[in-house]
Design a protein around this ligand. Structure first.
Ligand code: NAD
Length: 357
C-alpha cells in the first residue's frame, strides 16, 4: 500500500492513525538517523505518545557509513532494551540508508515484525523505499548482506522535501534519469523540458517525478515475478556505480557514483555498437543540464574498480554483466537476462574515457 500526499506531517496525529491501521501492533519504534529524527521523528513520537500509544524513537548517525551490520546490531540491542517484542512494529523514517538498514532490521528482528516505511529523501521517495530490497554494506562491497522484505505501508509526504538540500535531491534525480533512459522516453523529454522547475524544487513537479519513479520501479518489480531478468534493468549504471562507491570509500555518494556509472555503461554500449553516439550525447547533455558531474575522480584506480565488480549481483562465474541500452527507452533483452558479459578490455577503455583530465 502506498500513500503519497503533501502536508501529512502537518497533522502527525492523522499519520499515527494511518500507521496504526496498517500495522495494528501494541508497540512502535521509530528508527531514524539523527538529522531526520530532529526534523520529523520527534513530532511523530509526540503524536504517538499524545494518543497514549507506546512508542520509542531510536536514532543512529546520519550517512552511508552507518549502513552496516554493526549499526544494525546496536539498533537491535536498543529495541530489546526498550522491551520491544513480536507485537511491535518498526517505522523506518528517513532516506535510503534508513529504509535499507531499518527494513533489514525489521525483517530479522524477532524473525520479522511489521514494517512501515516513511521515506523522507527524494531518492528514497522515487526508488529506495520501493521493491522490498533491504540490506547493509560490508568491507567486501555495497548491499552485500540483506533480504527482500515488503513494508505493510509506504507513506510519503512530498512537502518534507523542502528541508532537503538540492544536493540530496540530485541523488534521487539520477535514479529518475535512469528510469527515463531504460524505459520512459516521455519522462526523458519531461526532464529536459522542466529542468528549471525541478532545480527550483517546485513541489508539483517533484511530486510528478515521485509518481513516475515509484510506479516505474513497482511495475518492473511486479513484472520480475514472471520475467526474472527484467529487474536487472533497474541496475543500469549500478554495476560500475556500486564499485565506485566502495572503492571511493563512500566519498562518492550513491547518486554521484551511479551518474558516472550510467555514462561508463553507455560508453560500453557505444563501443559495442549497441548505442549510437547521438544517444550517448543526449544522456550526457541531460546530466549537464542538471549540473550532475559524470567524471571519474582521478584518484580512483581502474584495477580496484574492476576487482570490486566481481561481487556485483549480476556477475556470472566471476564476470560482471552490463545492461545494454540501445535507445532512450529501449534496452536489449539478452535472452531475457537484460544484461550481458562484456570483454574486460572494453570496460577498461570505457572507464578510462570517463576520467577527469
Ligand atoms: N533498496 C533499494 O532498492 C535502493 C535503491 C536506491 C538506493 N538505495 C540506497 O539508498 C541510499 C542512499 O539514500 P539517500 O540518498 O536518501 O541517503 P541518506 O538516507 O543518507 O539521506 C541523505 C541525507 O539526507 C538527510 N535527509 C533525508 N531526508 C531529509 C529531509 N526531508 N530533510 C532534510 N534532510 C533529509 C539524511 O539525514 C542524510 O543526511 C544508499 O545506501 C543506496 O544504496 C537503495
Amino acid at each position: 500500500m502506498i500513500h503519497i500526499e503533501s502536508g501529512l506531517f502537518q497533522c502527525p496525529e492523522k499519520l499515527v492513525e494511518e500507521i496504526v491501521a496498517a500495522a495494528s501492533c501494541h508497540n512502535y519504534a521509530i528508527i531514524s538517523d539523527t538529522q531526520v529524527a530532529v526534523l520529523y521523528g520527534n513530532p511523530l513520537l509526540k503524536a504517538f505518545l499524545k494518543k497514549g500509544i507506546s512508542c520509542h524513537l531510536i536514532t543512529f548517525p546520519s550517512g552511508e557509513q552507518s549502513k552496516t551490520r554493526e549499526t544494525k546490531e546496536k539498533l537491535e540491542n536498543s529495541c530489546f532494551e526498550k522491551g520491544l517484542g513480536k507485537d511491535s512494529a518498526i517505522i523506518a523514517l528517513g532516506g535510503g540508508v534508513t529504509t535499507d538498514l531499518v527494513g533489514f532490521l525489521a525483517a530479522t528482528y524477532c524473525r520479522g515484525v511489521p514494517l512501515i516505511s516513511i521515506p523522507t529523501s527524494f531518492l528514497a521517495m522515487v526508488d529506495a523505499a520501493f521493491g522490498g530490497k533491504t540490506g547493509v554494506n560490508c568491507s567486501y562491497g555495497k548491499n552485500l548482506i540483506g533480504c527482500l522484505y515488503e513494508p505493510k505501508k509506504i507513506i510519503i509526504d512530498t512537502q518534507i522535501l523542502k528541508t532537503q538540500e538540492l544536493k540530496g535531491i540530485k541523488e534521487g534525480l539520477v535514479e529518475v534519469i535512469k528510469y527515463a533512459i531504460i524505459l520512459k522516453p516521455k519522462l526523458f523529454d519531461y526532464l529536459v523540458k522542466h529542468a528549471d522547475m525541478v532545480l527550483s524544487l517546485q513541489e508539483n513537479v517533484l511530486e510528478h517525478l515521485i509518481h513516475e519513479g515509484s510506479r516505474t520501479k513497482v511495475a518492473v518489480v511486479r513484472k520480475s515475478k514472471k520475467v526474472m531478468g527484467i529487474r536487472n534493468l533497474l541496475n543500469f549504471g549500478h554495476t560500475i556505480g556500486h564499485a565506485l562507491e566502495s572503492v571511493s570509500n563512500h566519498t562518492l555518494t550513491h547518486g554521484e557514483a551511479v551518474a558516472i556509472g550510467i555514462m561508463v555503461e553507455s560508453e560500453i554500449a557505444v563501443r559495442l555498437g549497441v548505442m549510437q553516439e547521438k544517444v550517448f550525447e543526449r544522456i550526457q547533455n541531460l546530466f549537464e543540464l542538471y549540473g550532475i558531474s559524470t567524471q571519474l575522480p582521478a584518484s580512483l584506480s581502474i584495477e580496484k574498480i574492476m576487482d570490486k565488480m566481481i561481487l556485483d549481483k549480476k556477475s556470472l562465474e566471476g564476470k560482471p554483466r552490463f545492461v545494454m541500452v540501445a535507445e532512450i527507452g529501449r534496452c536489449l533483452e539478452c535472452d531475457l537476462q537484460y544484461c550481458k558479459n562484456v570483454d574486460e578490455g572494453i570496460v577498461r577503455q570505457a572507464l578510462a574515457k570517463q576520467f577527469k583530465l
